[in-house]
Design a protein around this ligand. Structure first.
Ligand SMILES: NC(=O)c1ccc[n+]([C@@H]2O[C@H](COP(=O)([O-])OP(=O)(O)OC[C@H]3O[C@@H](n4cnc5c(N)ncnc54)[C@H](OP(=O)(O)O)[C@@H]3O)[C@@H](O)[C@H]2O)c1
Length: 241
């Protein structure tokens, strides 16, 4: 059997204009893949495509709008792997006491991370190669809950169980998720250093991940032809601390 590689594979990355998704795009291009990135801002997509170079293209897509998602995948056509890293930082993601939670607003927090992922998969699936894959994203709060953040834990759990269900439903297309701890993306780089140290100081690897370190898990899951329904935790040892 030939050594698995992403060379000449076509990879679609929703959320690829920044953070973890951009790092996946950059690492995949370095391995010889062609990438198509999508996110809701055409300006963000254009800037990222320019930085990624000739092996990259992209279009704006809003995963909260089914017509936008359907048009995005119809225009792309056949491809090998879907990576989904789109996430908003709105309701349910900031610590708050349950007694003060606006449930209607909080329920919108699922729109990008959960329903957006499902919409993307619904419209991507007919175009994905039979030996291709889908890789979603959740977060360590799914396994390490914190006071004031019950919904972040619930969102992560929902994604992990969606992956298990879809791995059976969509086989032979493989479906997995990456579960990162804190990652020094553009957004996290703006946080106060004390907060970052407080969150990472007890870890065996006492720092946030570099986005490229987390991207390696996505690259593995795309190449790993016998792995499906799995959660790959990339947390600097956070599950042990
Ligand atoms: N960074 C961390 O420490 C960390 C840790 C654990 C888990 N995670 C999870 O990993 C995911 C990515 O995190 P990140 O740090 O890479 O975030 P990020 O840099 O904010 O990237 C999020 C991406 O999603 C896109 N996006 C947002 N809303 C969208 C929409 N409606 N339609 C299409 N695209 C949309 C954004 O682009 P536009 O603004 O152009 O739409 C951007 O490309 C998130 O779900 C986050 O919860 C992150």
């Amino acid at each position: 059997m030939p050594v698995p590689t992403l060379r000449d594979r076509r990879i679609v990355i929703i959320g690829g204009s920044s953070g973890i998704g951009y790092a996946v795009a950059e690492c995949a291009v370095a391995e010889g893949a062609r990438v198509v990135i999508g996110s809701s801002s055409a300006d963000n997509v254009g800037a990222a495509v320019q930085r990624l170079g000739q092996a990259a293209s992209g279009e704006a897509v809003d995963v909260q709008d089914e017509a936008s998602v359907a048009a995005f995948f119809a225009a792309i056509g056949a491809f090998d792997h879907l990576v989904y890293t789109a996430g908003d930082w709105g309701p349910g993601m900031a610590p708050s006491p349950l007694a003060q939670m606006d449930i209607a607003a909080a329920s919108k927090g699922l729109k990008v991370r959960f329903w957006g992922a499902l919409l993307a998969i619904k419209h991507a699936q007919p175009h994905i190669a039979a030996d291709g894959s889908i890789t979603l994203t959740d977060g360590l709060l799914a396994h390490r809950p914190r006071k004031g953040l019950p919904l972040a834990t619930a969102f992560g759990g929902a994604v992990e169980h969606l992956v298990a269900g879809l791995a059976m439903d969509l086989a032979p297309i493989r479906v997995n998720t990456v579960c990162p701890g804190l990652v020094r993306t553009e957004r996290i780089a703006q946080w106060p250093a004390e907060l970052v140290s407080q969150m990472t100081g007890r870890l065996p690897l006492a720092r946030p991940a570099d986005p490229a370190e987390v991207a390696q898990a996505y690259l593995y899951l795309m190449r790993a032809g016998y792995t499906t329904g799995q959660v790959i935790i990339v947390d600097g040892g956070g599950m042990l601390a």
